[in-house]
Design a binder for this molecule. Structure first.
Ligand code: ADP
Length: 401
């Protein structure tokens, strides 16, 4: 069965076409600057030459039409006909409390995603645009939605509630939802598979650290705690996001600096984290370069980042009364040997022992970077959210037949 996986943002649309007989990717690509005067479509058919096209793509329906044209193009295509696509899987950021797993798209499911616009105003509306666009271009083809929050719906009430007046939860559903669920689920499963141990008996801490970053405590295969909260701002220090801080900082700054709600939101989401402390970059490559050169601001940013990451790992070991496996994934987790080394150096009290040479090897494959003596297995596992979505799409479509 051939499946298309779509990740729609407000002005972008990423896609991957899978052949699920062997889970291979046939083509992938990206449409950028949707709604602007020169939109860019980059199409990468596997085994054929990459193609880039600049045109005017005003909305998502046209974007998907152009993608389908490329997928069936004589020169750059990988399909004889659009009819070969038997289902489409969509990434949706917020599934609230309604979705505990992926779901087949129905009018009710779309209405529920719309009801959640309040909780994810930047992310859920484009997901609906993506679904509508795929329904318009491929009538009769089933659509499946996979939610970033769904994996965390197993968290206990004592974990997901904030200690604030309960009426706010009842009225506005204010609670911890978490994010990156598809990635945390995928890498925790892969970790158990790699170690050849049943996931039911493992306590795993998954560190998804990219531009956005979150940690999850996975006990027996389910998420028991995660560092992102009502929104993806809580938790770790990130590229441009602050992560945890005293909420009074917000009201104090708004008052003293006369900032509006949107200005303070923008400060915390776009102008904080590594960028704010280094004063130069939100990219971990620049920060570690600066740290190696002894630049004081980059050094401070690096130390704060690593310290906060390590504190969270310690707290999740406490939450699960132990840890068997620590997994690093996403842009920083997969690529930055120095972030992994420094973080693990300070986890020796847990029995973590890193093999520094193994840690330096780059392979793009799941691998162990701890020593045989380490009490905790430390793994690097490349995440693959698209494949997880494709697998869910396949099983839901097959079940619904
Ligand atoms: P997103 O959260 O946007 O999906 P990614 O998971 O792709 O992002 O992570 C992107 C980030 O990964 C970059 O901003 C950069 O900080 C970091 N990164 C990528 N390669 C390296 C590297 N070799 N060393 C350190 N950091 C890296």
């Amino acid at each position: 069965m051939k499946l298309l996986v779509i990740n729609a943002g407000s002005s972008s649309l990423k896609y991957q076409l899978y052949d699920m007989t062997d889970e291979s990717v046939l083509a992938k690509g990206l449409v950028e600057r949707i709604g602007m005067d020169s939109s860019i479509l980059t199409h990468k058919p596997i085994g054929k030459e990459e193609v880039t096209e600049v045109s005017e793509i005003l909305e998502h329906t046209t974007a998907i039409r152009k993608v389908l044209e490329k997928l069936t193009d004589k020169e750059h295509g990988v399909l004889a006909s659009v009819n070969e696509i038997q289902a489409v899987g969509h990434r949706v950021v917020h599934g609230g409390e309604a979705f505990k797993g992926s779901a087949l798209v129905t009018p009710e499911v779309k209405a529920e995603i719309r009801r959640l616009f309040d909780l994810a105003p930047l992310h859920n509306p484009p997901a609906i645009m993506g679904i509508n666009a795929s329904e318009a271009n491929m009538p009769g083809v089933p659509n499946v939605v996979a939610f970033d929050t769904a994996f965390h719906q197993t968290m206990d009430e004592k974990v997901y509630l904030y200690p604030i007046p309960r009426v706010l939860y009842k009225k506005h559903r204010i609670r911890r939802y978490g994010a990156h669920g598809t990635s945390h689920q995928y890498v925790s499963r892969m970790a158990a598979e790699y170690l050849n141990r049943p996931i039911e008996e493992l306590k795993i801490i998954t560190c998804h650290i990219g531009n956005g970053a979150s940690l999850t405590a996975v006990k027996g295969g389910v998420s028991v705690d995660t560092s992102m909260g009502l929104t993806p701002l809580e938790g770790l220090m990130m590229g441009t996001r602050s992560g945890d801080l005293d909420p009074t900082v917000v009201t104090f700054v708004m008052n003293k600096e006369e900032l509006s709600i949107s200005e303070v939101n923008s400060m915390l989401n776009k102008h904080s984290g590594l960028l704010a402390i280094s004063g130069s970059s939100s990219d971990m490559r620049d920060i570690t370069d600066g740290w190696e050169e002894g630049k004081p601001n980059e050094t401070l940013a690096f130390e704060m980042y690593e310290y906060r990451l390590r504190k969270y790992i310690g707290s999740y070991a406490a939450a699960m009364n132990g840890v068997d496996v620590i997994v690093f994934t996403a842009g920083v987790g997969e690529n930055s040997a120095i972030v992994r080394e420094k973080t693990c150096e300070n986890l020796s009290y847990l029995g973590v022992e890193l093999d520094k040479e193994l840690n330096k090897i780059r392979s793009g494959e799941p691998r162990r970077i701890s020593t045989p003596n380490s009490k905790v297995e430390v793994l690097v596992i490349p995440t693959n959210e698209e494949l997880m979505i494709a697998r869910d799409t396949l099983s839901i479509v097959q079940e619904s037949k």
